[in-house]
Design a protein around this ligand. Structure first.
Ligand code: SAH
Length: 392
């Protein structure tokens, strides 16, 4: 196998099982190495440290196995089975819940791979050229997980693979075909559009937070900002909300939300959906119109150099919500920006609270659910954070 040798002293993070090798740590490498190749990583003293997928960029190797272990023919079967068994033990696979994340990249020791399950269909995303080249092997391993009952694998990597790798991935079924797109989450039905929707079609990562919101919804007037598929709105309806307004700047998202409301609460007049910019909508409402708000915007800081502006964005958004929410109201506020730590996010929200003059208490601190696990050696895997606030 092709070989990469690290600079003296650069093996420390690998010995602690951090799954990335940065380009700056490499002393020299086999000149034949191509992007996506499986490579072995050696220390400067010629000790084998790991095996992983090579790629061009600041992360050069995504590690699949540490130490002397080799990648055998059953590698994907074994890793997928262990990922599946974890989800099963979390009781996520039930007749009233057939939608969950099966593979969360580094969190399932499969860096560069994401797999979401919607009933009998797996939607698979490769984030590394190595996983792209292995896609058929992975798809076959998914179908071979008999208990998971996966019949179709839709491959969707056009936006996740490094653009410069020139892989021209085609989004398509690589196993099976379209056989329905309705998934069930905690007994609620959702139409999942993996063909045209964002990511794999649904934000499974908010499942537990949606469930918590349901408990706060009884008799409340709910504003779901950045609603996308209307996940929070559907739970608020079931929770007994007096009225629910869903807002998203994308008219396609508004259509998805309305379809999901109809799927669960046809002809229920408590819900309405509005295609509008979130900031403009918050400016347009009256103080006291709502006493439960959800703020779940897209990542305001996608990279470290966007951090400062991202934090300003979170502060401004939360400030507008504090200015408008009714006394005794509840705000579910989130950030999915990986580079924003929970301390930074809390500070941005605190600053907004203080600028608004409202008295605010934290009721819950939220994060990503257990089917989005974080490898303790890879803190970069933690991205979702949220606060449930009581506003006096
Ligand atoms: N809360 C959703 C996920 C939100 S994804 C869920 O639980 O599934 C972010 C959404 O914000 C996208 O649908 C996007 O269209 C919308 N969006 C982006 N910028 C916006 C803006 N300025 N105003 C309103 N919506 C916006």
């Amino acid at each position: 196998m092709k070989k990469i040798v690290l600079k003296n002293g650069k093996e420390e993070s690998i010995l602690r099982h951090h799954p990335w090798v940065f380009s700056g740590a490499i002393a020299h490498q086999d000149p034949e190495i191509q992007e996506g190749d499986l490579v072995e990583v050696y220390s400067s003293r010629n000790k084998k440290l790991a095996t992983g997928h090579f790629q061009i960029g600041s992360i050069s190797v995504r590690i699949l196995e540490f130490g002397d272990n080799t990648i055998n023919d059953n590698f994907y079967e074994n890793r997928l089975l262990s990922a599946f068994n974890l989800r099963k033990s979390l009781n996520l696979i039930r007749p009233d819940n057939n939608c969950y994340r099966l593979v969360h990249g580094e969190g399932d020791f499969l860096p560069g791979l994401v797999v979401d399950i919607y009933s009998n269909t797996a939607v698979m995303q490769a984030h590394s050229p190595g996983m792209h080249y292995e896609r058929m092997k992975i798809a076959e391993a998914l179908v071979s997980l008999s208990e998971a009952d996966i019949k179709n694998v839709y491959y969707k990597s056009d936006t996740t693979l490094p653009f410069k790798a020139n892989l021209d991935p085609v989004n398509d079924y690589i196993v099976g075909k379209y056989d329905g797109s309705i998934a069930i989450e905690n007994g609620l039905h959702f139409n999942i559009d993996w063909l045209k929707g964002q990511k794999t079609g649904f934000f499974i990562d908010q499942r537990e937070n949606r469930k918590l919101l349901e408990k706060f919804s009884q008799g409340r007037k709910v504003l779901n900002m950045f609603c996308y598929t209307g996940g929070f709105s559907v739970y608020a309806m079931r929770g007994g909300a007096k009225k629910v307004v869903s807002v998203d700047s994308s008219s396609k998202a508004i259509e998805l939300t309305e379809a999901n409301i109809n799927l669960n609460f046809a002809e229920d007049t408590r819900h309405s959906a509005i295609a509008e910019d979130a900031f403009k909508y918050l400016d347009s409402i009256q103080k006291d119109d709502f006493d439960l708000m959800i703020l779940d915007p897209p990542a305001f800081a996608k990279h470290r150099n966007a951090l400062k502006n991202g934090l300003i964005g979170y502060r401004k958004l939360n400030l507008k919500a504090f200015e408008k929410i009714k006394k005794g109201g509840i705000i579910f506020t989130f950030s999915c920006s990986q580079v924003v730590t929970k301390e930074m996010f809390r500070l941005a929200v605190f600053t907004a609270a203080s600028q608004s003059g409202r008295k605010v208490r934290i009721l819950h601190q939220l994060t990503q659910p257990a089917d989005h696990p974080v490898d303790i050696s890879h803190p970069e895997g933690e991205y979702l954070k949220g606060l449930v606030l009581y506003v006096e």
